[in-house]
Design a protein around this ligand. Structure first.
Ligand code: FES
Length: 167
């Protein structure tokens, strides 16, 4: 798959310049690239490496050490289905299955339109709302499988609006 960084390295250049090409800010640069491109493409890491004289091995070490970084494209919205005990007892597996069918991806995968990355996660810390699904920063309690279609529709609409606002 061709990535934005491969087709438009200027975005990565702008980030590098913003941090003054200073190798001591390489993690901050990687955070900005991750946010801008929703992952760290190899081409972007090569740009960072060349501009800051930082080894690719070090960049890959950082990229794989911190959970916030991803070498694969991630969706605009991360969909985290809590599979902790309270949510499990209240049907989290059915919610996860329903989301998997609705989004046509397996847990750990990203939809082709790069809108959603689906994941099963441990307790989200709000067990009284079980079963819980987090979409980006939003928590949705009592999210049983019957509510999945509506939830996905809501975020597709939100993504369309964000795109329209950025046009
Ligand atoms: S078990 Fe799901 S929020 Fe705690």
């Amino acid at each position: 798959m061709s990535t934005e960084a491969e087709t438009d390295p200027r975005k990565v250049d702008a980030i590098i310049e913003r941090w003054g090409r200073d190798p001591s800010f390489v993690i901050e640069m990687m955070q900005d690239v991750q946010q801008e491109l929703r992952h760290l493409p190899r081409a972007a890491l090569e740009q960072l490496s060349a501009a800051t004289s930082t080894d690719m091995a070090r960049l890959y070490h950082i990229a794989t050490f911190y959970k916030a970084f991803s070498l694969e494209p991630r969706g605009l919205f991360s969909v985290q289905v809590c599979t902790g005990t309270a949510c499990h007892v209240r049907g989290a597996a059915r919610s996860l299955d329903a989301l998997s069918r609705e989004l046509e991806v397996e847990p750990g995968e990203t939809t082709e339109d790069l809108l959603f990355t689906l994941e099963g996660v441990r307790c989200l810390g709000c067990c009284s709302l079980a079963p819980v699904v987090a979409v980006g920063p939003d928590l949705h309690g009592d999210l049983d499988s019957s509510k999945v279609k509506r939830l996905v529709k809501k975020y597709r609409k939100r993504a369309a609006k964000m795109e329209a606002d950025n046009a």
